[in-house]
Design a protein around this ligand. Structure first.
Ligand code: PMP
Ligand code: GLN
Length: 379
């Protein structure tokens, strides 16, 4: 058949996890924890199944869960999303992102993304015949130049996709970044897709600057989040989208024909679990300890490290170790050193190939210690 995505290969996450498995390598590539999800949460899933929540959930999601999501956002960001009309539970953030783009992007629409960018944005835009306008973020700090963004906006620009905390760089948008973004989207009548899957994994006392905190921005934004990332169960594929009613209406027109609804017992479990805010409020400390543990262990290695500000990823600059491209370097690490990482150039949409690999530190301290010991062996 005539491929709709002729330039797209298998996702790097599938490739590296497979390579890790084949070479019996420590897998710090694809982002997932190697510790269990909370037994109390697992028990709530069992209970929901025993209680009979085994048939279709409402199309937008279990209402109790939508209420809890709405309360959580209001408590943290002081913005009210109506659980009746402004929240939809999705099969992870990935399905939310697909649905947002499917519902909004038409042939010829321009979509600005900051690259390196998480891998699902560009192909989905391409699938709906939109045009990606990449803006390169540059090491070591990967900050956005808002003047450059302003210069790249044209009459065809429809949407800006943002992701803070940022995968793979660990960069955070500041309040000032969000105000600059708000100014541009208001002036130019744009939509925003705000990928906030790492909203609770944020370090050094910083506050997550959700698009929902800024009124004019919230009015134009689809926000997506992921329970998998927040509650250590990426394999459950649970998340949500929040947006003002006029946008959510269009989202749901597509959502109902993509999945109709997502699995019911897990929604019931999260509806109860989310009532205790401590489960997500303790995450910054939990992951900051892991980041610090790993970064400290890496002292004396030949990698250059700029500590991640958020997400559970750390970039490692290998320019003092090798002249190889990052893909060749990551392959060699997996095969010879038995440690799998992610080469970050695959996130660079039409961009440069800087010498950085990404490791996931959502791992037990034993795994992190083992990983650091291997990485420190590199001459
Ligand atoms: N966005 C970003 C930035 C991610 O890192 C991921 C991976 N979790 C997703 C979206 C997709 O999230 P989910 O696993 O909930 O589909
Ligand atoms: N978000 C995860 C990462 O960045 C991977 C998710 C996936 O495998 N698609 O590693």
């Amino acid at each position: 058949i005539n491929s709709k995505l002729p330039n797209i290969e298998t996702s790097i996450f599938a490739i590296m996890s497979k390579m890790a498995h084949e070479h019996h390598a420590l897998n710090l590539s694809q982002g997932f924890p190697n510790f269990p999800s909370d037994p109390a949460l697992n028990a709530l899933v069992d209970k929901a199944m025993s209680d009979g929540f085994n048939q279709y959930a409402p199309m937008a999601g279990d209402f109790d869960l939508r209420m809890e999501i709405s309360k959580k956002i209001e408590n943290l960001h002081n913005h009210f999303y109506n659980p009746e009309t402004e929240i939809t539970v999705t099969a992870g953030a990935t399905q939310a992102i697909f649905t947002i783009i499917a519902a909004t992007i038409e042939r010829g629409d321009e979509v600005i993304i900051f690259t390196p960018a998480y891998d699902c944005y560009a192909p989905t835009v391409e699938l709906f015949q939109g045009r990606i306008v990449p803006i390169q973020l540059k090491p070591p700090f990967f900050r956005v130049d808002w003047q450059e963004v302003s210069d790249k906006i044209t009459s065809k620009t429809k949407m800006i996709i943002i992701n803070s905390p940022h995968n793979p760089t660990g960069m955070l948008f500041s309040e000032e970044d969000m105000l600059q973004l708000q100014d541009l989207v208001e002036k130019n009548n744009l939509l925003v897709l705000s990928d906030e899957v790492y909203e609770h994994i944020i370090f050094d006392g910083n506050t997550h600057q959700s698009a929902s905190r800024f009124e004019a921005l919230a009015d134009r934004s689809f926000i997506t989040a992921s329970f998998g990332k927040t509650f250590h169960n990426t394999g459950w594929k649970m998340g949500y989208c929040a947006a003002p009613e006029k946008l959510m209406k269009e989202f749901q027109k597509v959502h109902q024909f993509v999945v109709f609804c997502v699995n019911h017992p897990f929604q019931k479990a999260f509806a109860t679990y989310l009532k205790d805010a401590n489960y997500y409020l303790k995450l910054p400390d939990f992951y900051q300890q892991k980041r610090d543990f790993f970064v400290n262990l890496m002292k004396g290695s030949k990698f250059k490290i700029n500590p991640s500000q958020g997400t559970y990823f750390q970039m490692l600059d290998f320019s003092d170790i090798s002249d190889e491209g990052d893909i060749a370097f990551a392959e060699r690490l997996t095969k010879e050193y038995k440690i799998a990482t992610i080469p970050t150039s695959v996130f660079n949409v039409g961009g440069s190939d800087f010498k950085q690999i990404r490791v996931c530190f959502a791992k037990t301290d034993e795994t992190l210690a083992e990983a650091a010991a291997i990485l420190k062996k590199l001459p």
